[in-house]
Design a protein around this ligand. Structure first.
Ligand code: GLN
Length: 203
């Protein structure tokens, strides 16, 4: 179904195994990335959820920051889920190592301790329509507060008492950010969407 391409998953910390499984289910070669040289030959990379400060610190220690920026500069798709989206962002309003690649401002732990984890079905542009929504799992999730002019909003939470129709999925060309965890469901549509970005890159 998918071409034999290599997709990396940053495997410093967090939910990288689940992304590997989802990619394998789609028939691509999924590779754990811990060192800069492991970026060679990859068509795209996923940065998993976990703890963004830990991922950032380890990325500094493993000298991955500049190689990841160079990888993105080649137009190769990079998708950050949850902590990965934070790490990908330009701004989080506090001092922690970031890639500063995607023109989004992110608020960490945006839902507070009372509802720090929840699940909801959402339509996502290009991925899931309202009739077949995507089951979105949020765990101590960030919200995308602000997006730059080049960024397309793919999904928002409905406005209700607890939330402020915040952005939970966005795309800037080859960069993708999601507040939730598609890799914790059996729904492969978001991973398939990410793969479609790598195909576009090959053309
Ligand atoms: N709260 C975490 C952070 O700020 C993200 C949580 C997650 O990735 N599920 O980094």
């Amino acid at each position: 179904m998918n071409p034999q391409i290599n997709i990396g998953v940053l495997a410093l910390q967090g939910a990288f195994r689940e992304h590997i499984k989802a990619l394998q289910a789609l028939g691509v070669n999924a590779l754990e990335v811990r060192l800069p040289h492991q970026l060679h030959g990859l068509a795209g990379i996923i940065i998993p959820g976990g703890e963004s400060t830990t991922i950032g610190k380890l990325a500094v220690q493993y000298e991955l920051i500049e190689p990841l920026r160079a990888f993105s500069a080649q137009g190769k798709p990079v998708w950050g889920t949850c902590a990965g989206a934070i790490f990908l962002s330009k701004e989080v309003g506090r001092n922690q190592p970031l890639l500063h690649l995607m023109d989004i401002t992110v608020q960490r732990n945006a839902f507070g301790s009372q509802i720090d984890s929840f699940e909801t079905d959402l339509a996502i542009q290009g991925v899931a329509d309202a009739e077949h929504p995507f089951h979105c799992i949020f765990i101590r999730a960030p919200l995308i507060e602000k997006v730059g002019a080049q960024v397309r909003v793919l999904a928002r939470l409905p406005q209700d008492g607890n939330t402020t129709n915040g952005i939970v999925a966005a795309q800037q060309g080859h960069l993708l950010a999601t507040s939730f965890h598609p890799e914790l469901t059996n729904d492969l549509r978001f991973h398939q969407y990410f793969l479609s970005l790598t195909e576009r890159n090959h053309e």
